[in-house]
Design a protein around this ligand. Structure first.
Ligand code: ZN
Length: 180
């Protein structure tokens, strides 16, 4: 194997399009004659490795009904609206911070340097605030006991499960599986 390839960054692009979920009928009049009207490309970052940069090329399509001229769009099942990051990136970061107790700065650095995700500390902090429903998490609380009123929550597959910090993870890890 050519050694040059080992240092080379591979860019892996997956393509998703609303056209893969082409609507059956017009939401307004029920007519089945639907056409594409316009589209917009969004590039969304996914979790890579030190040698693979992963990006999603998402085609957001506006459809038009040929009968009543209503324009409409659909919700793609895999693409979250209004974000440049795939859910797995945000889940990875918030799990490490809220469950494993890693610092926001450390996780941000790892995302940038080890996973080829371009993100700032303040953006990661926003994810933690949103997922943890807590606006005052310490930037680094890995060496502290969890506060009495710790109320971090992690969204897993649409359900909410209580987050544990590193010290409690061993004791309560099994309970998490049972919650629904
Ligand atoms: Zn129509």
């Amino acid at each position: 194997m050519d050694k040059k390839h080992e240092d080379k960054l591979e860019v892996e692009i997956r393509e998703h399009s609303d056209a893969d979920f082409f609507p059956d009928e017009c939401p307004s009049c029920g007519c089945k004659e639907i056409n594409r009207k316009t589209y917009k490309i969004r590039i969304i970052q996914d979790l890579g490795t030190p040698t693979i940069c992963r990006r999603i090329r998402y085609e957001k399509v506006t459809f038009i009904c040929t009968n009543c001229n209503t324009t409409f769009s659909i919700t793609h099942p895999l693409i979250p609206p209004r974000t440049s990051f795939m859910p797995g990136v945000i889940k990875y970061a918030t799990l490490r911070i809220l469950k494993e107790g890693d610092s926001i700065r450390r996780v941000t650095k790892d995302l940038n340097e080890l996973h080829n995700v371009e993100v700032s500390v303040s953006e990661v902090k926003l994810w933690v605030d949103k997922v943890g429903k807590r606006g005052d998490l310490n930037v680094d609380f890995s060496n502290e006991d969890p506060p009495e009123d710790f109320s971090g929550f992690i969204s897993i597959d649409g359900t909410f499960k209580a987050a544990t910090t590193k010290k409690n993870a061993l004791k309560t890890g099994k309970h998490q599986e049972k919650r629904k």
